[in-house]
Design a protein around this ligand. Structure first.
Ligand code: SAH
Length: 348
């Protein structure tokens, strides 16, 4: 019992543990240890970011995807999915609306849709940066080759989110079709960082076949890679995927991992994800109170929101909606935090 508290103290001091120590930490969570580590995570997060919560406007630009990831509701073999893609004009309109609401980061996320060529994206990024030079542009468009990432960066994109999904090769192969490999995912992440993007990795909590050992590998990867951002949220099944009958991940366990990640890499930008808010009405607040410091409300046109269905019941209204930023601000204030209308870059 005391061993786990001393491991948490060690993690706070050294920002590093061995694989088996991480595994022990993961396997021996109790309410008491979760509270102990959350307090430390909040303290260190406040020392760097005070009580500010950074907000990002999330624009889901397309649910058309050439990939067939087994967990994902917009996988290409889901023929019940009602497909859409936004035009560059629609995306610019989202930025216009978002800017007026106070957003200073726009995140363009989507399936791997071949329509979004380098040429099209570069022109779009250039137009966004020209209209809103004080804003950061974040991309989350999956795997591309290095030359493509370089062009997007040169066009003005600032950040790139690409979850590694799992740092274990065998586990990766159970979540993805054989065309997708962990080696290529890691190549992408290295390229992105090398090129100069603020880079984000991350994984789902409670994904099928996940074990404490695999999560320990994820944590060790994060410790070594030192991402600028790290997206972790509970796995939630989607009814039209092969993982439909697997249970969802847990909010409390996700929060525990948020605290661990805060301690192992203190400056990381750590979102309280939509998936967390989807599983519990106060999921996002719980994430913030465990050490998260970012939320990403939905800025997509309202008529497409229900179509970007990565998992069942995905939230896009209320505090998840960019248009209801006031509700989000009130919710954050109720727990002692303040949303920040700035770009919200990492503080290293
Ligand atoms: N095509 C982009 C964006 C993917 S969607 C890319 O590959 O990066 C963003 C994230 O949603 C994924 O990285 C995945 O971790 C998460 N996600 C997908 N399906 C999910 C599910 N069923 N439950 C929880 N999270 C899921």
């Amino acid at each position: 019992m005391n061993h786990i508290f001393s491991l948490i103290d060690k993690l706070e001091r050294e920002h590093s543990l061995s694989l088996s120590e991480y595994e022990y930490l993961i396997s021996n969570r109790t309410d008491e240890t979760a509270q102990y580590i959350a307090e430390k995570a909040v303290r260190i997060r406040k020392s760097i970011y005070s009580n500010k919560v950074y907000i990002r406007g999330l624009i889901e630009i397309s649910n058309i995807c050439k990939n067939d990831c087994l967990y994902c509701g917009i996988r290409c073999s889901n023929h019940t999915c009602d497909r859409y893609r936004l035009s560059p004009e629609q995306i610019l309109q989202c930025c216009y609306d978002g800017y007026k609401l106070g957003f200073r980061t726009f995140v363009m996320q989507g399936g791997e849709d071949p329509y979004f060529t380098d040429e099209l994206l570069c022109e779009l990024i250039g137009n966004i940066k020209k209209a809103y030079p004080d804003c950061a542009v974040t991309l989350s468009l999956g795997e591309r080759d290095r030359a493509s990432y370089q062009r997007l960066f040169d066009a003005g994109a600032d950040r790139y989110l690409l979850r590694h999904e799992t740092a274990d090769t065998l586990h990766y192969s159970k979540l993805h079709p054989k065309e997708l490999t962990l080696a290529n995912r890691m190549r992408c992440l290295r390229d992105l960082k090398d090129i100069g993007f603020q880079t984000g990795c991350g994984f789902m909590v409670g994904s099928p076949y996940q074990t404490p050992r695999y999560i320990a590998e994820d944590l060790q990867f994060i410790e070594q890679f030192k991402p600028d951002m790290c997206g972790i949220g509970p796995f939630i099944p989607h009814k039209d995927t092969p993982f439909r009958d697997y249970p969802a991940g847990s909010v409390d366990f996700t929060c525990y991992l948020l605290s661990i990640i805060r301690l192992l890499h203190p400056p990381v930008l750590l979102p309280a994800t939509t998936a967390l808010g989807t599983l519990e009405p106060n999921g996002r607040e719980k994430g913030i109170l465990s050490g998260a410091n970012v939320v990403m409300p939905n800025l997509s046109p309202t008529d497409v929101r229900s179509k970007y269905m990565l998992y069942n019941n995905k939230l896009s209204s209320g505090g998840e909606s960019a248009q209801h930023i006031k509700e989000l601000a009130d919710r954050m204030e109720a727990i002692g935090y303040q949303i920040a209308m700035t770009r919200g870059d990492i503080k290293l």
